[in-house]
Design a protein. Structure first.
Lengths: 426, 173
């Protein structure tokens, strides 16, 4: 449902079906709604069979990269020689994204059930759910759900623990997340080794996003064929996806639609469109780390992994940020660059220096002290920040800058030429 | 959240009261059982310290280091990486306001101004003269559709607008 609004008839509610129903949070309430039946089903199967079902469903990671989930699970050693771990990524800190929070707040047992099924599939005996430190309410709700389900004995030998983050966007990157669980600074690590070979505590590890795991019980109970059938476009994009929509729309919130859904309908129909008298100027479709779309691209974009790439951006985490014609794009791009400068872990020179320098140049342009050459300088810098660092935070800073200059160049030029009133940035 | 050591007190002269005694030690042992290494209990241990003392002093860090078999420098390195650990005393109520782009375009700056005024903190990061409030700006709180989210201590408050601020502030003693 378009939580916190009433569900729209065009939504396909699977993960969000019980959002807003307090009783679904309780263990008994969840079981009454068919909860934990999928886990029982999975437990009766060989782990490899569960992996195959998820592979066949076409489910792809909902944390940003869209990697096929079953395939990821299949990378774990089949023959167990060491302890295996599952890490659940509930760090949700990508600007524009607020779906995992709602899953944990309303359907904590859906996440726990998906976690337990995944742990069975990859033969993990311990799972850590890494929840960002600021998510005080989801933490409390997950804690209670975990205690209740544990006392009901649903997890068998599997141990599930919550691990609270402490304020660091970078800990959402999977290798940084593992560092953070180990009690270290949240620095990403160079891959290889990949987590399935040497992950948390040096052991074979799988990392999955909250939404990815919450979808798994549905695949078990209703079948891979049924899930695969949920697609409005490409067979490579299956199932439903929660889109968090924020910014200048009448009804921001979480909307669950089948992949392949038109972005235009999401914005104009489900979210009620723009405020009166306003028109859409730009949209970031997959969380702040992906390129900005202009109006024409937004209105012709299909929300699936391939469709968004065709329009020059990425589906990412499904965090849709909408900007109307009142927006100062230069200012907003500066604000995003500043986010990355603040969140860089500072291990790589290109990222540490690049994010800070990009922010400084954008601030200078806003202050009316920019030079024409600054735009080329920004593009040059961005080029050096892309594909050259340990993780892609650096690339993420470049994405809005490069796409912003390309699509809204005149706004930058207006500041540089003194046609626009300078903005002093604190 | 309780007030930590007063900043005017010279650090290190008063007798140190360890955090990890009796009940706290029990809690720590429960935490240690979740991980294969002692080091992994560092983030949760720091949360326990901050909950008990309001902030994390150098001497607290030294204690945590000793309890977990780490060095004080290592612990400090971790504390300084994460923005939610306070390395200085803060007001009795700690307020975090999101001002990242999606909230910015929905009016977050006005919410910050209203909070600085209503709490008497006046300046970002400063504590109000009565020791009650500290207000800071933070990056995305993961609730962008509910602009502007504000975190007061452990209370996550959605959709705050400037006109809601005075009433919100009055609720806290
Ligand atoms: C800088 C950065 C931040 C990230 N933040 C998150 C996050 O908050 N939540 C998340 O699930 N994935 C995040 N990711 C993606 C993870 O690295 C990883 O791909 C994902 O958790 C895998 O789960 P999935 O396959 O189920 O999507 C981030 C990646 C990067 C580079
Ligand atoms: S790219 Fe940036 S955030 Fe990622 S590892 Fe390098 S410095 Fe850290
Ligand atoms: S941008 Fe403010 S909560 Fe995400």
């Amino acid at each position: 449902m378009g939580f916190p609004h009433k569900p729209h008839p065009k939504e396909t509610v699977l993960l969000s079906r019980y959002f807003g129903e307090a009783d679904a949070r309780n263990y008994k309430g969840w079981v009454k709604r068919g909860g934990y039946a999928a886990l029982e089903q999975a437990r009766a199967m060989e782990p490899a069979r569960v992996v195959d079902i998820v592979k066949d469903s076409g489910l792809r990671g909902r944390g940003g990269a869209g990697f096929p989930t079953g395939l990821k699970w299949s990378f774990m050693p089949k023959e167990k020689k060491k302890p295996h771990y599952l890490c659940v990524n509930a760090d949700e800190s990508e600007p524009g994204t607020f779906k995992d929070r709602e899953i944990m707040r309303w359907t904590p047992h859906a996440l726990l059930e998906g976690t337990a099924i995944a742990a069975h599939a990859i033969q993990a005996e311990v799972a850590y759910i890494y929840i960002r430190g600021e998510f005080t309410e989801p933490l409390a709700i997950m804690d209670k759900a975990l205690t209740d389900a544990r006392s009901a004995g649903v997890f068998g030998k599997l141990k599930i623990h919550l691990h609270r983050g402490a304020g660091a966007y970078i800990c959402g990157e999977e290798t940084a997340l593992m560092s953070s669980i180990e009690g270290k600074r949240g620095n990403p690590r160079i891959k290889p080794p990949f987590p399935a070979a040497a992950g948390v505590f040096g052991m074979p590890t799988t990392i999955n996003n909250v939404e990815t795991l919450a979808a798994v019980p549905h695949i078990l109970t209703k079948g891979a064929v049924w899930y695969k059938g949920l697609s409005l476009s490409s067979p490579k994009s299956t199932g439903t996806k929660l889109f968090s929509v924020c910014g200048h729309v009448q009804q921001p919130g979480n909307y669950e639609v089948t992949l392949g859904f038109p972005l235009k309908d999401l914005v104009y129909e489900l979210c009620g469109g723009m405020r009166p008298g306003r028109t859409l100027k730009a949209c970031i479709p997959g969380g702040s780390s992906v390129p900005i779309l202009d109006r024409a691209e937004t209105e012709s974009c299909l929300l699936d992994y391939e469709g968004v790439v065709e329009r020059g951006s990425m589906l990412g985490s499904g965090g849709v940020i909408v900007f109307d014609d009142s927006t100062d794009m230069v200012y907003q791009i500066m604000r995003l660059a500043r986010f990355y400068a603040h969140e860089s872990c500072a291990q790589c020179t290109q990222c540490r220096e690049g994010t800070a320098w990009t922010t400084k140049i954008l601030e200078r342009i806003l202050a009316g002290q920019g030079k024409t050459a600054d735009l080329d300088l920004l593009l040059d810098l961005s080029e050096n920040m892309t594909g050259k660092t340990i993780c892609v935070l650096s690339d993420s800073c470049a994405a809005p800058v490069v796409s912003g200059i390309k699509k809204f160049r005149s706004e930058f030029e207006d500041y540089i030429a003194g046609r626009r009133k300078p903005v002093m940035v604190a | 959240m309780s007030v930590g050591a007063h900043p005017s007190q010279p650090a290190g002269t008063e007798e140190y009261q360890p955090v990890f005694t009796e009940q706290m030690l029990e809690q720590l042992n429960e935490i240690l059982a979740r991980y294969p290494t002692r080091q992994a209990a560092l983030l949760p241990a720091l949360w326990l310290v901050q909950r008990a003392r309001g902030w994390i002093s150098d001497r607290n860090m030294a204690e945590v280091a000793e309890v977990l078999g780490l060095t004080p420098a290592y612990v400090k390195g971790v504390v300084t990486f994460y923005t939610m650990y306070h390395q200085h005393p803060v007001g009795r109520h700690f307020v975090q306001v999101c001002t990242t782009s999606p909230c910015n375009i929905c009016g977050a700056e006005a919410v910050v101004q209203a909070l600085l005024e209503a709490t008497g903190a006046k300046e970002l990061g400063a504590t109000s003269p009565d020791g009650k409030w500290t207000v800071i700006e933070v990056e995305c709180l993961g609730a962008c559709g509910f602009a502007t989210p504000v975190l007061v201590d452990d209370d996550f408050i959605e959709s705050v607008t400037p006109d809601r601020v005075p009433e919100l502030v009055r609720k806290y003693k």
